[in-house]
Design a protein around this ligand. Structure first.
Ligand SMILES: *[C@@H]1O[C@H](CO)[C@@H](O)[C@H](O)[C@H]1NC(C)=O
Ligand SMILES: *[C@@H]1O[C@H](CO)[C@@H](O)[C@H](O)[C@H]1NC(C)=O
Ligand SMILES: *[C@@H]1O[C@H](CO)[C@@H](O)[C@H](O)[C@H]1NC(C)=O
Ligand SMILES: *[C@@H]1O[C@H](CO)[C@@H](O)[C@H](O)[C@H]1NC(C)=O
Ligand SMILES: *[C@@H]1O[C@H](CO)[C@@H](O)[C@H](O)[C@H]1NC(C)=O
Ligand SMILES: *[C@@H]1O[C@H](CO)[C@@H](O)[C@H](O)[C@H]1NC(C)=O
Length: 602
């Protein structure tokens, strides 16, 4: 039955061979309905590569020839001559941008590299910055990072929506270009077609729309079939209408409505099919991910941050005390400030151990008292900037003790929630916390410069903020793997029992895979609500972890096998067989997405 409809779907798409309009599905990033073009226009052109034009509206900060040409990586002189513009555009002016469109897998697209700015999500990049020339769905699909793990300075691949004319458009209508037009408020297909001197029916056909169903929405793209390159639209006189064949004598109602009906049916059945395929797809993806070899570290995407930082890495030696830059970026507190913040370190402000909660200038803060040398942690934290790593705001040195002042994570440690209040966390919250930890570790391993291994990841070293988002703390044992290559041998095994990987305990071998092992233990704690020391017996005892997890976790049946697989991979005895943190981030984002839809369905 389902098979029959797949065939039907394929026949339909062959018969029309145009591109479905994306409609309102761009406003909800979780919509992945493939009957609209949310992931991009399909690669069905006569040529696999073609010249195309996209229409963009000048909006500050993208309102000059230089800013727009650098956003789209096009030649500024070409842009200015094509648009009759010297240096600047007035706001909301239409700018024609010439690009090359080509096939990438099943989608035709024009690749762009975009540098993430403060506050960007995939949706904001696609909708606000690119005005619908890309979609959050396509961005999510073609980038490894999840939308939550984007950080300023990171570079992402942006597939711009474009398409090449089909054989039918070329031969029957003489079409040479399909312009990707960005719809604005007040536009209709009629108005847009007239502005380009194109017959409305051809535009409708190119977008698989009908006269009955011709609604267009701002911040989406509409394909406009053109015979000639578009010229400066702002002072354009429409070219003489092409010698048009008489308007098609279709009675749009009967036939079109019947077709809509079939689409609805196919849509419903397709939806059911997609749901049932998600499970299988996730399984395959997880398998593929765990088989992939670890890529060499790519520090490229970190250059933006590095250059904004005048800090000289080569001068840095953690043993030489604090680096000069630390004193510039961190606040040096006076002891009496901390005394008044914590009511003189009374027990009412104690968090247990040597941690205190206080208020400094009205803002909550966590203060940790340390004996010995804190310069390692201070130097490291002053260089890191990531949502999932606790932020150090300053420090104080008083009578031989260090006091480190951190951002306030108001929900305390993860271990408190796991051991005492476990049932209060929802499934999605748990998986989000796991993803947060993985994202923070991935940053430490792959994007910090030089890369670091945390070495003491435990559920007690994860703090939760007011929204239950995870923040990694206590980087006092973290160490750089750069100077000595990927692996470091140490004689001095430190860390927390229950979380230590076998190669570290036995040989003192330090690598990022040490954190991967500890992460596996933390995820086990998160999904079972049991302490690491208790879990250690299960792990070491060679008991069937899978059976244990299936029986003893909070996971719904559909998700348990993915999580089991992830945990088992992280806990592999041979560190070389454990996945890397970027692979883990990828798998967990998928598991989290599945869990969200599972939770919203019950
Ligand atoms: C665009 O990016 C995709 C994904 O990385 C890649 O497969 C494709 O080859 C790229 N296309 C071009 C023309 O570079
Ligand atoms: C492209 O589409 C075909 C058929 O729909 C599918 O079998 C194939 O896996 C797709 N390829 C990619 C890269 O998505
Ligand atoms: C989505 O549809 C296009 C063409 O309609 C097809 O080539 C592609 O493989 C589909 N992708 C998925 C994930 O089903
Ligand atoms: C899309 O971007 C525009 C322009 O910045 C903005 O006005 C609009 O609210 C955005 N749409 C949504 C759904 O946020
Ligand atoms: C995603 O990760 C894989 C392997 O880790 C890598 O080969 C690929 O280039 C990455 N893609 C992007 C867009 O970063
Ligand atoms: C397709 O490719 C041929 C040969 O390169 C070229 O002459 C033709 O103009 C192209 N057609 C389109 C519509 O891009």
């Amino acid at each position: 039955m389902i098979f029959f409809f797949i065939i039907l779907l394929q026949c339909l798409s062959l018969a029309t061979a145009q591109q479905p309009y994306v409609g309102t599905s761009t406003t909800d990033c979780s919509v992945t309905d493939n009957s609209t073009s949310v992931f991009g226009y399909s690669c069905n052109g006569l040529n696999r590569t073609c010249l195309t034009y996209v229409i963009f509206r000048s909006t500050p900060p993208f309102s000059t020839v230089t800013s727009i040409s650098s956003l789209f990586s096009v030649d500024p002189s070409l842009l200015s001559s094509l648009n009759n513009a010297a240096t600047t555009f007035s706001t909301d002016q239409q700018v024609i941008i010439p690009l090359t469109c080509s096939c990438s897998g099943n989608y035709s697209q024009s690749n762009l590299t975009y540098t993430i700015r403060q506050g960007d999500s995939y949706f904001r990049v696609a909708n606000d910055t690119l005005q619908g020339l890309s979609t959050c769905q396509a961005l999510e699909r073609q980038n490894n990072a999840s939308s939550q793990s984007l950080f300023p300075g990171m570079r992402i691949l942006v597939p711009l929506r474009c398409a090449c004319p089909t054989a039918k458009q070329v031969s029957e209508d003489g079409v040479n270009y399909l312009a990707s037009y960005t719809v604005v408020f007040g536009d209709t297909v009629d108005v847009i077609s007239q502005r380009f001197g194109v017959e409305t029916s051809k535009t409708l056909e190119a977008n698989q729309m009908s006269f009955d169903d011709a609604g267009v929405f701002p911040f989406t793209t509409l394909l406009v079939p053109l015979q000639n390159p578009p010229s400066n639209l702002n002072s354009m006189t429409p070219p003489p209408p092409p010698p048009s064949p008489p308007p098609p004598p279709v009675s749009p109602n009967g036939k079109k409505q019947k077709r809509t009906w079939v689409y609805v049916l196919v849509g419903i059945l397709g939806g059911a099919l997609v749901l049932s395929l998600i499970g299988a797809a996730m399984f395959c993806m997880l398998k593929k991910v765990s088989r992939k070899k670890q890529e060499p570290d790519n520090l490229d995407s970190f250059t933006a941050k590095k250059t904004s930082n005048s800090y000289q890495e080569s001068d840095f030696d953690p043993l030489d005390g604090l680096s000069g830059m630390v004193v510039d970026t961190l606040k040096v507190y006076k002891f009496h400030e901390l005394q008044s913040a914590t009511s003189d370190f009374t027990s009412s402000s104690s968090m247990g151990g040597s941690g205190y909660i206080g208020k400094i200038n009205g803002d909550g803060a966590m203060i940790k008292k340390m004996e010995g040398n804190a310069s390692q942690e201070i130097n490291l934290l002053s260089k890191l900037n990531h949502f999932n790593i606790i932020r150090l705001s300053g420090f104080c040195f008083h009578e031989g003790d260090w006091y480190l002042v951190y951002e306030h994570a108001s929900n305390g440690t993860l271990s408190d929630w796991i051991y005492a209040k476990s049932s209060l966390l929802s499934l999605t919250q748990r998986l989000q916390i796991a993803l947060d930890i993985a994202t923070g570790l991935n940053y430490l391993h792959n994007f910090a410069d030089p890369p670091y291994v945390h070495r003491d990841l435990t559920s007690g070293n994860i703090f939760l903020d007011s929204e239950f988002r995870g923040k990694i703390c206590n980087l006092g044992l973290a160490r750089s793997t750069e100077r000595d290559g990927d692996y470091v041998l140490t004689k001095h095994v430190e860390g927390t029992r229950g979380y230590l990987a076998p190669e570290y305990l036995e040989h003192g071998l330090v690598s990022t895979k040490l954190d991967v092992y500890a992460f596996g233990v933390v995820v086990l704690e998160i999904v079972t609500g049991k302490e690491a020391s208790e879990l250690k017996k299960e792990i070491d005892g060679g008991n069937d972890l899978e059976e244990f997890l299936v029986g003893g976790s909070f996971l719904p049946e559909g998700l348990v096998s993915f999580v089991v697989r992830l945990v088992m991979d992280c806990l592999k005895r041979d560190h070389l067989n454990r996945p890397s943190m970027d692979e883990i981030v990828l798998s967990l984002s998928k598991i989290l997405t599945a869990s969200k839809s599972w939770e919203s369905s019950c």
